[in-house]
Design a protein around this ligand. Sequence first.
Ligand SMILES: [Zn+2]
Length: 411
Amino acid sequence: MHDHRKLGRELELFDTDPLIGAGLPYWLPDGAELRHTLEEYIRGAERRAGYRHVYSPVLGKRELYERSGHWAHYSDDMFPPMDLGEGQQLVLRPSLCPHHALIYRSRAHSYRELPLRMAELGGMYRAELSGVLGGLTRVRSIQLNDAHIFCTVEQVAAEARGALDMILRAYGALGVRAARFRLSLPGPGGKYVAAPELWRRSTALLTEVLEASGLPYEAAEGEAAFYGPKIDVQVEDAAGREFTLSTVQVDFHQPERFDLHYIGEDGAKHRPVMVHRSIIGSVERAVAHLIEQHGGAFPAWLAPKQLAVLPVSDAELPHAEALAARCAELGLRAEVSDRGRGSLGARIRAARLVPYQVVIGAAEAADGLVALRLRDGRRLAPMPAGDALSRITALTAAHSTALWDEEAGGR
Ligand SMILES: [Zn+2]
């Protein structure tokens, strides 16, 4: 595998500037395109699974994190508070959970609304030491793919299983391989919320989900969140080090701390459970992993540039530009690479990571045909441009990792 820091710069996906600060990368246009596509995929999958999206601010009062327990259990990883005078302190948030708990609490809820699935791709901050910062894997500003499901105890197992299914589907679309499934439990030491009965119940629920899934898993002590146990999906980086990409957690603690409730069928108040889940974790870490896993040759639906349109000579340039415009209409990302960028051979080599190379010579231009070269080396016979684009559109819309669907009538 590749080092995402080196490749990310070569492919012009992201970079850093010492004047902005270490651990605060910015995204260049191709990186932003990739990130936007990834985020839209996640939002679409969440919408289809019944999630509703919210936006919440990246700051909150210090009291909010005292209430949530972050201040007592997690403040070493938080930035120092900003003092506004008059006894007010604001904190850059270390997680989205407290905001979502308050959004839930702001309205009355009936049992009929549960499970209530609230999602946000939102910013959070971690005061990493400068010595460990680098690339997209250790950053101080994090965009988290987060969601909280407020549900009854009876609904927890089905919701956790649904989240696990979403994670596995996303891995299929992204071409990501899970190295290990881990049941993360508390370990020795005092950073966990003390509520033995709640830990026992939530651990039993997650164990049940893992057993029913048939996935092989291992239990690991000392890896739980401070408020509850979790299922972690582990992947390996380029150096063979394991890290957590996705997670599903069961939390009885924060609903207590924020006094959340719903009105049950009996007309009385009941306490919901919070299931925290993330499909791809932080966008930064996920993109770093995708760069390393694919060496920049991303699945076609995710690639910042999907088609490189290559006119053989200047005479075909208008045809190439018309084709690129047609791609844009269809929502495909195409770039014309004309003779100003060198010989046809040089342009083909420069576009080696682009899924589809479209060579347009005099014969193709005259007949309205295109000759496709796929990134994997396959060369297809000339075909009508409309056919080629509709086949590519079908594959990318399905989030397929295949470059070409022979079954659909390959010539
Ligand atoms: Zn959470």
